[in-house]
Design a protein around this ligand. Structure first.
Ligand code: KIV
Length: 283
């Protein structure tokens, strides 16, 4: 039997089987293809695209149209990975009705396999309504970048016992609301472990230590394509940016020195056709 699409059930089974889940972000067709070829379980079309692709300072300005455009491109590359589409800021915060309509748009127009929403206890009723509408939802707790300014910036969350307990409450509320998995971002490793133990669905960490059910990283951070700032929790597996700049500089030099294109990159024309053409234009 050939390779199959990763389903919500496969993702949940990974936790029962004790197998770690591997998740990464992608924003376009080539990265969707590469994620599939490398065999990751889950691809997130994150609203982090606002920062690493669109050059914005944060994720707040990202629109539904931006998300749909990028989800469509990733979906053309991903045949096997489960693709999660991120709900942008204010697409689910205004009302439950808006949330269902917008989650539906990401699924119908974008074509993703599930949607992700930031928030805990406060958003549990919204999550429940979207799940009841038949849309699989992934939660996102701890540091929630869309509301980073309300949380005091892009900072670790759950430092003291009260704040940590609130995050465990968030996780439990999301599980009760029906999420199939959740992201936990930028919290102390022992807290993330307690969260993973407190719920029966997979808890996927970013900046949350090793004792969770899987890991996610922003791909442009992980491969050194975006290096404006590098969060403490990012491991750079390569530094691709200088390699790309070197290639562009070499191209520029070749063009200026007239060594590109060479005959091997050019199309030729039959000599008699060329002669005929020259004659025709000189008449
Ligand atoms: O938008 C995103 O890429 C995310 C990850 C940081 C999990 O939400």
């Amino acid at each position: 039997m050939g390779q199959q699409k990763v389903t919500v059930k496969d993702i949940q089974k990974a936790k029962t089987d004790g197998r770690k889940l591997v998740m990464m972000t992608a924003y376009d067709y080539p990265f969707g293809l590469m994620a599939d070829e490398a065999g990751v379980d889950i691809v997130l079309v994150g609203d982090s695209l606002g920062m690493v692709v669109m050059g914005l300072d944060g994720t707040v300005a990202v629109t539904m149209e931006n998300m749909i455009h990028h989800i469509q491109a990733v979906m053309r590359g991903c045949k096997f990975a489960h693709v999660v589409g991120d709900m942008p800021f204010m697409s689910y915060n205004t009302s439950v009705r808006d949330a269902i309509i917008n989650a539906g748009r990401l699924m119908k127009e974008g074509g993703c396999d599930s949607v992700k929403m930031e928030g805990g206890v406060d958003f549990a009723p919204t999550v429940e309504a979207i799940v009841k509408a038949g849309i699989p939802v992934q939660g996102h707790i701890g540091l929630t970048p869309q509301t980073a300014s309300a949380l005091g910036g892009f900072k670790m969350q759950g430092k003291d016992a009260d704040a940590a307990k609130k995050i465990i409450d968030d996780a439990r509320a999301l599980e009760d609301a029906g999420v199939f998995s959740m992201i936990i971002e930028a919290v102390p490793a022992p807290l993330a472990q307690l969260v993973a133990e407190a719920v029966s669905i997979p808890v996927i960490g970013i900046g949350a230590g090793a004792d969770v059910d899987g890991q996610v990283l922003v791909t442009h951070d992980m491969i050194g394509l975006f290096d404006k700032f590098i969060p403490k929790f990012v491991k750079q597996y390569t530094k691709i940016r200088p390699t790309i700049i070197e290639a562009i500089k070499a191209y520029k030099q070749d063009v200026l020195e007239k060594t590109f294109p060479g005959p091997e990159h050019s199309f030729s024309m039959p000599a008699d056709a060329l002669e005929q053409l020259k004659k025709a234009i000189s008449e």
